[in-house]
Design a binder for this molecule. Structure first.
Ligand SMILES: [Zn+2]
Length: 161
């Protein structure tokens, strides 16, 4: 499409290594008693720019989602079209908005079976979306939702069923 920046091209081997960083963040979050979602921002060469995990519980900050934490930890950058946001879970609307606002070129998602956020919307707006079915990511969320449904439904902003 004219005017659109080139999207990062990713090999499968790169994806696995990149997802490992996000999963390690999610595991760290789980160990802290938090929502086990991790994310990492990479440049198109696969260089890690920043990573982080959901810190709602740890910081008492409902705006500190995994993608937000990774984005903040990456620091300033003139543009994001060549960057890849790797996250263990389908990004919520808030984080999907972050991806769109800053023009992040690609999003790699560990799983979208326990929660579906805005990744189809991002794809409609030209963001390269890769949805994996990583069993570690599914396990982290399944266990957490079963153990702490109160925190989970608070996190996604809907009443618990
Ligand atoms: Zn989010």
């Amino acid at each position: 499409m004219p005017g659109q920046p080139a999207r990062p091209a990713l090999a499968d081997a790169d994806l696995a290594a990149m997802l490992d960083v996000a999963v390690a963040e999610a595991v760290a979050g789980a160990a802290e008693g938090g929502v086990p979602i991790g994310a990492a921002l990479f440049d198109s060469a696969g260089v890690l720019l920043g990573s982080g995990h959901n810190r709602r519980v740890q910081d008492g900050d409902p705006s500190m989602h995994a993608e937000t934490a990774a984005f903040r930890n990456a620091g300033r950058r003139p543009g994001y079209a060549d960057t890849v946001m790797v996250t263990t879970l389908s990004p919520c609307w808030y984080c999907s908005g972050l991806v769109r606002q800053f023009g992040i070129g690609a999003v790699v998602i560990g799983e979208a079976s326990t929660f579906v956020g805005g990744h189809d919307w991002l794809a409609e707006h030209g963001v390269s979306i890769t949805v994996l079915a990583d069993p570690r990511c599914v396990e982290l969320m399944t266990v957490f939702i079963a153990r702490r449904p109160d925190i989970w439904y608070e996190d996604i902003g809907v009443p618990a069923p």
